[in-house]
Design a protein around this ligand. Structure first.
Ligand code: TMP
Ligand code: ASP
Length: 237
């Protein structure tokens, strides 16, 4: 597999073309961003940890029947993935109240949500990733009604699989964000990444935050917490 020119540079990952029109290479950098890119810092080992963490999770999801972009790990910071036409919508599933839900509705952090909630945000940093609904997605042409049905179905399946996986590792999956894309055959496939950058994970007993909220809230030991989560799951680092 030959790495070609950079196609896109995101806040934490860079995307490269390859000599295969259906494959891309994702490079996980150490850049750590919060508040829609207003704060960016370099954290040692983060690219490597998130790349390996993501590979582990994506393979678990594939094994559970969820189509993902993952193809194979190439290096500590690089992964080969299917080329997707990304849908600019973030799907957020919440099992406990935290983050923007607490701010928006004034509910108590940690409140169990029964059933879980499913929310959509537009992926647009300049607009602050605004909260949107399904009719906006269809009216503005970001995705079709059929694609939305599949994105929601897959998001809830991811929630089932990962809630159990993290629970077995002594962790609560509080919430998470997924991004989907369309593969060359027209199917909806899970893209982007799943790592402690895009979800909330709390220790089941102590409720200690083990995710990017450590960075957002200046709690320290960010990568140490990611590594602890990886260790509990059995992710080889
Ligand atoms: P929120 O509470 O800020 O809406 O975030 C909900 C979850 O989704 C949380 O685990 C963080 C993740 N998330 C991202 O990773 N990137 C984003 O742009 C958004 C809106 C959420
Ligand atoms: N919106 C995400 C966060 O608050 C990612 C980012 O802004 O870079 O962490």
């Amino acid at each position: 597999m030959e790495k070609r020119e950079e196609l896109y540079r995101g806040k934490a990952k860079s995307v490269y073309k390859t000599d295969d029109a259906d494959r891309l290479i994702l490079l996980f950098r150490n850049d750590t961003s919060a508040f829609d890119g207003k704060r960016i810092e370099q954290l040692d080992r983060k690219g490597m940890v998130n790349n390996k963490f993501n590979a582990f999770i994506m393979q678990k999801l594939e094994a559970a029947g969820i189509p993902t972009q993952f193809d194979k790990l190439l290096a500590d910071n690089e992964v080969l993935v299917k080329k997707l036409d990304m849908i600019p919508v973030e799907c957020v599933v919440r099992n406990y109240a935290a983050g923007s839900l607490v701010k928006r509705l004034g509910v108590e952090e940690g409140m169990k949500l029964n059933p879980y909630t499913f929310e959509l945000f537009l992926k647009d940093d300049a607009k602050g990733d605004p909260f949107i609904n399904e009719s906006h997605v269809v009216a503005f042409g970001w995705g079709t009604a059929e694609q939305l049905v599949r994105m929601k179905e897959l998001s809830l399946k991811v929630n089932d699989v990962l809630t159990k996986l993290f629970d077995d590792a002594g962790l609560l999956l509080v919430d998470f964000k997924l991004e989907f894309g369309v593969f060359s055959d027209g199917s909806i496939v899970l893209g982007d990444e799943f790592s402690p950058d895009g979800c909330r994970l709390w220790d089941k007993d102590t409720k200690k935050k083990m995710d990017k909220d450590r960075f957002r809230q200046g709690l320290g030991d960010v990568i140490e917490a990611y590594e602890e989560v990886a260790k509990r799951l059995g992710v080889p680092l």
